[in-house]
Design a protein around this ligand. Structure first.
Ligand code: FE2
Ligand code: FE2
Length: 146
């Protein structure tokens, strides 16, 4: 398992925790498929990886969009900063997938997921999502000066 559930930080909004749990499940399943392809690089195993990666990408777009819609509704002041991290992450996910398609080297996915994605996700939830969820819950801006 790439990420244990107990290592996923919980935030103050249930809808976000639910999405993060789904995200974790997809990531763990995808990593298993990546390892299966590494063991046995068949076309069938590649298709499994590609299909789940696409599903994960679509899920991530919705995950980020739901947070962004609520940030806009609630007028969260650091919205552009949080949205910027989302856009960056989606760009990297897309670039990594394209590189994997071009080079067919499973280490591209394996290294990205274990070395880049996991620390990014935990850090993002611990910082941006935590502060944002607290704001949704309390209505108090982390940038409030009074
Ligand atoms: Fe999130
Ligand atoms: Fe987020």
């Amino acid at each position: 398992m790439l990420i244990e559930k107990e290592n996923m930080p919980l935030v103050a909004m249930d809808f976000m925790n639910e999405t993060h749990t789904e995200d974790l499940d997809i990531i763990n399943e995808l990593f298993e498929l990546v390892l299966a392809y590494e063991d046995s690089p068949t076309l069938e195993n590649k298709k499994r990886v590609d299909n789940l990666y696409s599903k994960w990408f679509a899920h991530t777009i919705e995950h980020f969009r739901a947070e962004e819609i609520m940030m806009e509704e609630k007028k969260f002041p650091p919205y552009p900063m949080h949205k910027g991290e989302h856009e960056n992450a989606l760009r990297v996910m897309d670039e990594v997938f394209r590189q994997w398609q071009a080079e067919q080297d499973i280490n591209i996915l394996k290294n990205y997921m274990s070395e880049h994605l996991v620390p990014w996700l935990i850090n993002h939830i611990n910082t941006m999502d935590t502060v944002t969820a607290r704001f949704f819950q309390s209505g108090v801006s982390p940038c409030a000066i009074h």
